[in-house]
Write a protein that binds this ligand. Structure first.
Ligand code: ADP
Length: 268
Protein backbone atom coordinates (compact mmCIF):
# COMPACT_ATOMS: atom_id res chain seq x y z
CA UNK A 1 0.00 0.00 0.00
CA UNK A 2 1.33 3.42 -0.89
CA UNK A 3 1.71 6.30 1.49
CA UNK A 4 -1.76 7.57 2.34
CA UNK A 5 -2.28 11.08 1.04
CA UNK A 6 -5.16 13.45 1.02
CA UNK A 7 -6.44 13.91 -2.54
CA UNK A 8 -6.28 17.43 -3.96
CA UNK A 9 -10.06 17.74 -3.93
CA UNK A 10 -10.13 16.53 -0.34
CA UNK A 11 -7.58 19.14 0.74
CA UNK A 12 -9.40 21.89 -1.10
CA UNK A 13 -12.84 21.14 0.27
CA UNK A 14 -11.80 20.35 3.80
CA UNK A 15 -10.04 23.64 4.58
CA UNK A 16 -10.88 25.06 8.01
CA UNK A 17 -12.95 27.82 6.43
CA UNK A 18 -14.93 25.16 4.58
CA UNK A 19 -17.50 22.90 6.11
CA UNK A 20 -15.03 20.41 7.52
CA UNK A 21 -12.29 21.46 9.92
CA UNK A 22 -8.57 20.74 9.83
CA UNK A 23 -8.89 18.15 12.61
CA UNK A 24 -10.88 16.04 10.14
CA UNK A 25 -7.64 15.19 8.34
CA UNK A 26 -6.47 13.21 11.41
CA UNK A 27 -9.68 11.23 12.00
CA UNK A 28 -10.41 7.84 10.40
CA UNK A 29 -11.91 8.39 7.01
CA UNK A 30 -14.94 6.29 7.84
CA UNK A 31 -16.51 5.05 11.05
CA UNK A 32 -19.74 3.08 11.31
CA UNK A 33 -20.89 3.21 14.88
CA UNK A 34 -23.71 0.86 15.88
CA UNK A 35 -25.34 1.12 12.47
CA UNK A 36 -28.76 -0.48 12.10
CA UNK A 37 -30.68 -0.64 8.80
CA UNK A 38 -34.07 -2.26 8.62
CA UNK A 39 -36.23 -2.51 5.51
CA UNK A 40 -38.52 -5.24 6.89
CA UNK A 41 -39.02 -5.40 10.63
CA UNK A 42 -38.77 -9.19 10.69
CA UNK A 43 -35.42 -9.23 8.82
CA UNK A 44 -33.07 -6.33 9.66
CA UNK A 45 -30.29 -6.07 7.07
CA UNK A 46 -27.68 -4.50 9.34
CA UNK A 47 -28.26 -5.27 13.02
CA UNK A 48 -25.36 -3.41 14.56
CA UNK A 49 -22.36 -2.70 12.39
CA UNK A 50 -19.23 -1.22 13.97
CA UNK A 51 -16.39 -0.51 11.59
CA UNK A 52 -13.38 1.79 11.34
CA UNK A 53 -11.63 2.42 8.03
CA UNK A 54 -8.41 4.38 8.08
CA UNK A 55 -7.24 6.72 5.37
CA UNK A 56 -5.35 4.93 2.61
CA UNK A 57 -6.71 1.44 3.37
CA UNK A 58 -8.00 -1.04 0.78
CA UNK A 59 -10.79 -3.04 2.38
CA UNK A 60 -12.95 -5.79 0.94
CA UNK A 61 -16.55 -6.12 2.15
CA UNK A 62 -17.96 -9.56 1.50
CA UNK A 63 -20.82 -11.88 2.34
CA UNK A 64 -23.35 -13.76 0.22
CA UNK A 65 -25.95 -12.09 -1.94
CA UNK A 66 -28.45 -10.28 0.29
CA UNK A 67 -25.98 -9.90 3.19
CA UNK A 68 -26.20 -6.09 3.02
CA UNK A 69 -23.05 -5.09 1.11
CA UNK A 70 -24.85 -2.62 -1.20
CA UNK A 71 -26.88 -1.31 1.70
CA UNK A 72 -23.72 -0.59 3.68
CA UNK A 73 -22.21 1.37 0.77
CA UNK A 74 -25.47 3.26 0.18
CA UNK A 75 -25.43 4.39 3.80
CA UNK A 76 -21.95 5.83 3.26
CA UNK A 77 -22.83 7.84 0.15
CA UNK A 78 -26.15 8.83 1.69
CA UNK A 79 -28.38 7.22 -0.84
CA UNK A 80 -29.96 5.53 2.20
CA UNK A 81 -30.13 6.70 5.80
CA UNK A 82 -29.41 4.74 8.95
CA UNK A 83 -32.23 3.71 11.28
CA UNK A 84 -29.92 3.74 14.29
CA UNK A 85 -26.26 4.53 14.86
CA UNK A 86 -23.96 6.91 13.00
CA UNK A 87 -21.83 7.03 9.88
CA UNK A 88 -18.87 9.37 10.43
CA UNK A 89 -16.94 10.61 7.40
CA UNK A 90 -13.70 12.25 8.58
CA UNK A 91 -15.28 12.48 12.02
CA UNK A 92 -18.48 14.17 10.83
CA UNK A 93 -21.86 12.49 11.25
CA UNK A 94 -23.16 12.47 7.69
CA UNK A 95 -26.78 12.49 8.91
CA UNK A 96 -26.15 15.97 10.32
CA UNK A 97 -24.52 17.57 7.30
CA UNK A 98 -26.05 20.82 6.13
CA UNK A 99 -27.41 21.14 2.61
CA UNK A 100 -24.21 22.93 1.57
CA UNK A 101 -22.00 20.17 2.97
CA UNK A 102 -23.65 17.30 1.14
CA UNK A 103 -22.06 18.17 -2.24
CA UNK A 104 -18.70 18.30 -0.41
CA UNK A 105 -19.31 14.78 0.86
CA UNK A 106 -20.35 13.57 -2.60
CA UNK A 107 -17.25 15.06 -4.25
CA UNK A 108 -15.12 13.19 -1.76
CA UNK A 109 -16.78 9.85 -2.46
CA UNK A 110 -16.48 8.15 -5.85
CA UNK A 111 -18.82 5.23 -6.51
CA UNK A 112 -18.52 2.41 -9.05
CA UNK A 113 -21.43 0.03 -9.68
CA UNK A 114 -21.70 -3.47 -11.11
CA UNK A 115 -23.70 -2.26 -14.12
CA UNK A 116 -21.34 0.64 -15.02
CA UNK A 117 -24.21 3.19 -15.27
CA UNK A 118 -22.83 5.00 -18.32
CA UNK A 119 -24.91 6.78 -20.93
CA UNK A 120 -24.14 4.62 -23.98
CA UNK A 121 -24.85 7.31 -26.61
CA UNK A 122 -22.58 9.87 -24.91
CA UNK A 123 -18.87 9.96 -25.57
CA UNK A 124 -16.51 8.40 -23.05
CA UNK A 125 -15.23 11.89 -22.15
CA UNK A 126 -18.75 13.24 -21.58
CA UNK A 127 -19.56 10.32 -19.28
CA UNK A 128 -16.52 11.19 -17.17
CA UNK A 129 -16.94 14.98 -17.38
CA UNK A 130 -20.47 14.80 -16.01
CA UNK A 131 -19.00 14.22 -12.53
CA UNK A 132 -17.20 17.58 -12.81
CA UNK A 133 -19.88 19.66 -14.47
CA UNK A 134 -21.50 20.73 -11.21
CA UNK A 135 -18.10 21.95 -10.01
CA UNK A 136 -18.30 25.09 -12.17
CA UNK A 137 -14.70 24.59 -13.35
CA UNK A 138 -13.73 26.15 -16.69
CA UNK A 139 -14.17 23.74 -19.60
CA UNK A 140 -10.42 23.78 -20.32
CA UNK A 141 -9.71 22.43 -16.81
CA UNK A 142 -12.53 19.89 -17.12
CA UNK A 143 -11.04 18.59 -20.39
CA UNK A 144 -7.61 18.27 -18.86
CA UNK A 145 -8.90 16.48 -15.73
CA UNK A 146 -10.97 14.10 -17.86
CA UNK A 147 -8.03 13.17 -20.05
CA UNK A 148 -5.85 12.61 -16.95
CA UNK A 149 -8.52 10.33 -15.45
CA UNK A 150 -8.83 8.39 -18.72
CA UNK A 151 -5.07 8.00 -18.85
CA UNK A 152 -5.05 6.61 -15.29
CA UNK A 153 -7.53 3.89 -16.27
CA UNK A 154 -5.67 3.00 -19.47
CA UNK A 155 -8.09 4.67 -21.88
CA UNK A 156 -5.97 7.57 -23.13
CA UNK A 157 -7.15 8.64 -26.58
CA UNK A 158 -10.58 6.97 -26.27
CA UNK A 159 -12.46 10.06 -25.06
CA UNK A 160 -14.34 10.65 -28.31
CA UNK A 161 -15.63 7.06 -28.65
CA UNK A 162 -19.27 6.43 -27.79
CA UNK A 163 -19.38 4.67 -24.41
CA UNK A 164 -21.79 2.02 -25.72
CA UNK A 165 -19.26 0.86 -28.32
CA UNK A 166 -16.68 -0.15 -25.69
CA UNK A 167 -16.27 -3.65 -24.27
CA UNK A 168 -17.60 -4.41 -20.78
CA UNK A 169 -14.13 -4.18 -19.23
CA UNK A 170 -13.51 -0.85 -20.94
CA UNK A 171 -16.89 0.50 -19.86
CA UNK A 172 -16.07 -0.33 -16.27
CA UNK A 173 -12.77 1.56 -16.70
CA UNK A 174 -14.77 4.59 -17.87
CA UNK A 175 -16.92 4.28 -14.74
CA UNK A 176 -13.76 4.15 -12.62
CA UNK A 177 -12.45 7.28 -14.39
CA UNK A 178 -15.74 9.04 -13.59
CA UNK A 179 -15.41 7.97 -9.94
CA UNK A 180 -11.85 9.33 -9.57
CA UNK A 181 -12.01 12.48 -11.71
CA UNK A 182 -12.89 14.61 -8.67
CA UNK A 183 -9.92 13.08 -6.80
CA UNK A 184 -12.18 11.77 -4.03
CA UNK A 185 -10.79 10.71 -0.68
CA UNK A 186 -12.56 7.33 -0.92
CA UNK A 187 -13.88 5.15 -3.73
CA UNK A 188 -16.73 2.74 -3.01
CA UNK A 189 -17.04 -0.18 -5.42
CA UNK A 190 -20.26 -2.20 -5.38
CA UNK A 191 -19.58 -5.58 -7.05
CA UNK A 192 -17.66 -3.74 -9.78
CA UNK A 193 -16.57 -6.99 -11.43
CA UNK A 194 -19.94 -8.75 -11.24
CA UNK A 195 -20.60 -8.34 -14.98
CA UNK A 196 -17.09 -9.21 -16.12
CA UNK A 197 -15.39 -12.51 -16.95
CA UNK A 198 -12.74 -13.75 -14.48
CA UNK A 199 -9.73 -12.34 -16.34
CA UNK A 200 -11.30 -8.90 -16.72
CA UNK A 201 -12.41 -9.06 -13.09
CA UNK A 202 -8.79 -9.42 -11.97
CA UNK A 203 -7.82 -6.64 -14.33
CA UNK A 204 -10.37 -4.27 -12.80
CA UNK A 205 -9.29 -5.31 -9.30
CA UNK A 206 -5.73 -4.33 -10.31
CA UNK A 207 -7.00 -0.94 -11.39
CA UNK A 208 -8.54 -0.32 -7.96
CA UNK A 209 -5.26 -1.41 -6.38
CA UNK A 210 -3.40 1.19 -8.44
CA UNK A 211 -5.87 3.84 -7.36
CA UNK A 212 -5.32 2.81 -3.76
CA UNK A 213 -1.53 2.88 -4.19
CA UNK A 214 -1.86 6.48 -5.36
CA UNK A 215 -3.43 7.29 -1.97
CA UNK A 216 -7.20 6.88 -2.33
CA UNK A 217 -9.03 4.75 0.23
CA UNK A 218 -10.95 1.89 -1.43
CA UNK A 219 -13.94 0.00 -0.03
CA UNK A 220 -14.60 -2.86 -2.43
CA UNK A 221 -17.75 -4.99 -2.02
CA UNK A 222 -17.66 -8.39 -3.69
CA UNK A 223 -18.87 -11.93 -3.17
CA UNK A 224 -16.21 -13.24 -5.58
CA UNK A 225 -13.92 -15.50 -3.62
CA UNK A 226 -11.30 -15.46 -6.39
CA UNK A 227 -10.78 -11.73 -5.91
CA UNK A 228 -10.57 -12.05 -2.13
CA UNK A 229 -7.93 -14.73 -2.53
CA UNK A 230 -6.06 -12.92 -5.33
CA UNK A 231 -5.23 -9.99 -3.13
CA UNK A 232 -4.34 -10.38 0.56
CA UNK A 233 -6.24 -7.44 1.99
CA UNK A 234 -8.30 -6.63 5.03
CA UNK A 235 -11.65 -8.44 4.66
CA UNK A 236 -14.86 -7.45 6.43
CA UNK A 237 -17.52 -10.14 6.33
CA UNK A 238 -21.17 -9.22 6.69
CA UNK A 239 -22.70 -12.07 8.61
CA UNK A 240 -26.18 -12.01 10.06
CA UNK A 241 -26.30 -8.23 10.04
CA UNK A 242 -22.91 -7.67 11.68
CA UNK A 243 -19.46 -6.82 10.35
CA UNK A 244 -16.74 -9.31 11.27
CA UNK A 245 -13.03 -8.99 10.52
CA UNK A 246 -11.66 -12.05 8.72
CA UNK A 247 -8.34 -11.77 10.47
CA UNK A 248 -6.61 -14.69 8.77
CA UNK A 249 -8.48 -14.65 5.49
CA UNK A 250 -11.72 -16.44 4.77
CA UNK A 251 -10.30 -19.84 5.68
CA UNK A 252 -10.06 -19.05 9.38
CA UNK A 253 -13.58 -17.70 9.85
CA UNK A 254 -15.29 -20.71 11.40
CA UNK A 255 -12.61 -21.24 13.98
CA UNK A 256 -12.59 -17.51 14.70
CA UNK A 257 -16.34 -17.51 15.34
CA UNK A 258 -16.86 -21.04 16.59
CA UNK A 259 -19.58 -21.61 13.97
CA UNK A 260 -19.93 -21.74 10.18
CA UNK A 261 -19.97 -18.29 8.62
CA UNK A 262 -22.07 -16.94 5.80
CA UNK A 263 -18.96 -16.04 3.81
CA UNK A 264 -17.98 -19.68 3.70
CA UNK A 265 -21.11 -20.29 1.69
CA UNK A 266 -19.76 -18.00 -1.00
CA UNK A 267 -19.34 -19.65 -4.40
CA UNK A 268 -16.12 -21.67 -4.66
P1 ADP B 1 -26.01 -7.48 -1.06
O1 ADP B 1 -25.45 -6.24 -1.68
O2 ADP B 1 -25.10 -8.08 -0.03
O3 ADP B 1 -26.45 -8.50 -2.07
P2 ADP B 1 -28.24 -5.76 -0.37
O4 ADP B 1 -27.68 -4.70 0.49
O5 ADP B 1 -28.51 -5.45 -1.80
O6 ADP B 1 -27.32 -7.07 -0.25
O7 ADP B 1 -29.61 -6.26 0.25
C1 ADP B 1 -29.71 -6.73 1.59
C2 ADP B 1 -31.14 -7.08 1.88
O8 ADP B 1 -31.92 -5.90 1.92
C3 ADP B 1 -31.79 -7.99 0.85
O9 ADP B 1 -32.62 -8.89 1.52
C4 ADP B 1 -32.59 -7.03 0.01
O10 ADP B 1 -33.71 -7.66 -0.55
C5 ADP B 1 -33.01 -5.99 1.05
N1 ADP B 1 -33.20 -4.65 0.46
C6 ADP B 1 -32.25 -3.91 -0.14
N2 ADP B 1 -32.75 -2.72 -0.55
C7 ADP B 1 -34.07 -2.73 -0.21
C8 ADP B 1 -35.12 -1.79 -0.34
N3 ADP B 1 -34.94 -0.59 -0.92
N4 ADP B 1 -36.34 -2.13 0.15
C9 ADP B 1 -36.54 -3.32 0.75
N5 ADP B 1 -35.58 -4.26 0.92
C10 ADP B 1 -34.35 -3.97 0.45
Amino acid sequence: MGRPRIGAAFGRHFRPEGHFDRAAAHKPILVLDGVVKVYRADAPVLRRVDLVIERGEFVFVTGPSGAGKSTLLKLVYRSETVDEGRVLFCGRDIARLTDESIPVLRRNIGVVFQDFRLVPYWSVAHNVAVALEVSGLPSRIIRSRVSMALERVGLAGRGEDLAGTLSGGEQQRVAVARAIVNEPAIVLADEPTGNLDPVLALDVLGLFEEINEAGTTVLFATHDRTLLEASPRRIIVLDDGRAIEARSGLAGLSSQMGRPMAAERLPA
